[in-house]
Ligand binder design. Structure first.
Ligand SMILES: NC(=O)c1ccc[n+]([C@@H]2O[C@H](COP(=O)([O-])OP(=O)(O)OC[C@H]3O[C@@H](n4cnc5c(N)ncnc54)[C@H](OP(=O)(O)O)[C@@H]3O)[C@@H](O)[C@H]2O)c1
Length: 477
């Protein structure tokens, strides 16, 4: 293939970078590629490039020379130091007006810093979330760019063609200034954590309380995936995972996998940011904590003999069909609550950081390609484009469905508690819904306690103003 000036360059030839580069090249955009370790680029070019306009470079100088000005460089490398290291090298080689796209999972505050630095040097910068895993990167991910809008004018046409296409539209849109794109991707991952944990809790209940085999659980998740309540990529892959058997033992592979969930940090960042912004995200928090707790396998093992399961399954098994029906509704509500938390966090951050996010657009570009794509998203897109409910939970179309699903969720959480099966996310969904809907919460007592020991004052239901009470009247005299 003749060498030509490339429309874009991709740095980072691990799984995501390779697949995204191939995807972009297959859309007809010539693509230069570079990796810190040259052998990785060479292997990729030899083994995976089959006539696509992909041009490998051995050095950064060679890579930059391959690019058509204004140059567009997409970084798909490990978040953190690697991104700064590459930016440091690139700004010595690029020219003013060239565009840097950080498409990894960078923390949004790093992106703000990098955008400010790029601006000083005269470069354009897009902090861009990419979701869909390796298959999404190859066949069409959901792409969440934010930063310099002029940068999006340069790279948007390429990114939009590489993105998943749903209902004739690309799952890619300019989301807002500064770190808007990486913030949206972070929240996407937080929602992902919550829904994954809820699905795992559903499997645990079917298995341990319902006494249902893993293979049958796979069928149940497969059936759920065909229905409006739960149709989603995560439900689909849960069915696929549960039906997968280990070649050596013939057992369902999931039963042989250690129950210690790892994390790269995006869920934790979502929780940390929600705490900073004062937005309640109990499901996401519980999902992060559940992974953390799972990693303490030794301590869990020693405690499991101290606290045996309250009720063995055989003593008190529920009706299986009823459990399956109730769980479908409970998992639907967990999904609604997770999305509601995520969108509330996005709305709050949009105001706080001036992102100007269009929540309907966020829902639209999550409809295809990404890990949290779900039958619920077209509805969320519609809700935020037309009605803009104060909370997703208050959306008039969802309210009847939430009301219908609430009693089954209550039953499921009670059943789990009865049998000693931990359901932190399903529990958080129930307690969160109960808290939002309670009308009056016991936080009046907390205000009184605060005032008692710290003179923090309180407001009253029956009078305007701020009050402090002499709680210990005898002592005060
Ligand atoms: N994997 C996924 O499903 C997924 C999904 C969405 C987003 N992401 C994000 O996309 C980015 C890429 O993910 P990935 O899984 O493909 O790869 P990764 O394992 O996160 O990163 C590996 C890549 O980063 C390079 N790298 C690591 N440390 C470096 C350093 N100090 N200096 C220069 N280069 C360095 C590696 O180069 P060498 O080959 O030389 O080591 C390799 O190209 C990450 O930010 C990730 O969080 C991943």
């Amino acid at each position: 293939m003749n060498q030509e000036r490339c429309a874009i360059g991709v740095i980072g030839m691990a799984v995501m970078g390779q697949n995204l580069a191939l995807n972009i090249a297959r859309k007809g955009f010539s693509t230069a590629v570079f990796n810190r370790t040259t052998a990785v680029t060479e292997k990729f070019h030899q083994e995976r490039v089959q006539g696509e306009p992909v041009f490998p470079a051995k050095t950064m100088e060679e890579f930059v020379a391959l690019l058509e000005p204004p140059r567009k460089v997409l970084l798909m490398v490990k978040a953190g130091e690697a991104v700064d290291a590459f930016i440091g090298k690139l700004i010595l080689l690029l020219q003013k007006g060239d565009l840097l796209i950080d498409a990894g999972n960078s923390h949004f505050t790093d992106t703000d810093r990098r955008i400010a630095e790029a601006e000083k040097q005269g470069f354009l910068f897009l902090g861009t979330g990419v979701s869909g895993g390796e298959a999404g990167a190859l066949h069409g991910p959901s792409i969440m760019p934010g930063g310099h809008e002029r940068g999006y004018l340069l790279a948007g046409p390429i990114l939009e063609q590489a993105a998943a296409q749903v209902d004739g539209g690309a799952c890619c849109a300019y989301l807002g200034p500064r770190s808007a794109g990486h913030f949206v991707k972070m929240v996407h991952n937080g929602i992902e954590y919550a829904f994954m944990q809820a699905l795992a809790e559903g499997y645990d209940l079917l298995h341990k309380v319902g006494g249902i085999s893993t293979s049958r659980c796979a069928d149940i998740f497969g059936e759920w995936n065909t229905r409006e309540n739960l149709a989603s990529y995560l439900t689909e892959i849960t069915a696929a995972v549960l039906s997968h058997h280990d070649e050596d033992t013939g057992k369902p592979l999931v039963e042989l996998i250690l129950d210690q969930a790892e994390q790269k940090g995006t869920g934790k960042w979502t929780t940390q940011t929600a705490l900073d912004l004062g937005v309640p995200t109990p499901l996401i928090n519980q999902a992060v904590m559940a992974r953390s707790l799972s990693s303490y396998s030794g301590k869990r093992k020693s405690l499991s003999s101290l606290y045996p399961t309250p009720l063995p399954v055989s003593n008190d098994s529920p009706d299986k069909d009823e459990l399956i029906k109730d769980l479908e509704q409970a998992l639907f509500l967990a999904q609604v609550c997770a999305f509601s938390e995520g969108f509330q966090l996005l709305e709050s951050a949009s105001g706080e950081f001036g992102y100007g996010l269009d929540l309907s657009t966020v829902a639209r570009i999550w409809k295809g390609g990404c890990i949290i794509r779900s039958a619920l998203l077209p509805h969320i897109e519609h809700a935020y484009s037309k009605l803009h409910p104060p909370l997703l939970l208050a959306d008039p179309v969802l309210v009847p469905r939430i009301r219908e699903a609430l009693p089954p969720l209550r039953k499921v959480v009670a059943l789990a508690a009865h049998h000693g099966v931990p359901v932190p996310c399903l529990g958080a969904a129930l307690f969160s819904l109960d808290s939002w809907g309670a009308g009056i919460l016991p936080t009046n007592l907390i205000q009184a306690q605060r005032d008692y020991f710290g003179a923090h004052t309180f407001r009253r239901r029956d009078k305007e103003g701020v009050f402090h009470e002499q709680w210990e009247k005898g002592d005060a005299q």
